[in-house]
Design a protein around this ligand. Structure first.
Ligand code: SF4
Length: 96
């Protein structure tokens, strides 16, 4: 999950606009407005990328969403594989 404020902060770090971040990295099917779901595909979260050592790393590690700071990104991490989809499926409060 990523909040609108986090979208602004991460977009600024990436040098893109809020709208470009939304278009490129946020799941358009997510109905919420208080927080958004990051896109994910077969290889996991849109920000999960191969690192230099062959391990997968978070492309936005230094400014990733607060919820992601509880773990180190990897292919073995369910949340990164699913692009936080598990949070969507299991979120107690529903879409925001
Ligand atoms: S920690 Fe994982 S889920 Fe969070 S932004 Fe990075 S790759 Fe995506």
């Amino acid at each position: 999950m990523v909040t609108p404020a986090e979208v602004d902060a991460i977009a600024a770090k990436l040098g893109i606009s809020h709208q470009d971040f939304m278009d490129l990295y946020v799941d358009p099917d997510w109905p919420g407005t208080r927080y958004f779901l990051l896109r994910h595909g077969q290889d996991g979260c849109v920000f999960l990328v191969p690192g230099g050592t062959g391990e997968y790393v978070c492309r936005i590690h230094d400014h990733k969403p607060v919820i992601c700071r509880q773990w180190a990104a990897s292919k073995q991490k369910t949340e990164c594989r699913a692009g936080l989809d598990r949070e969507r499926l299991g979120h107690a409060h529903g879409p925001g």
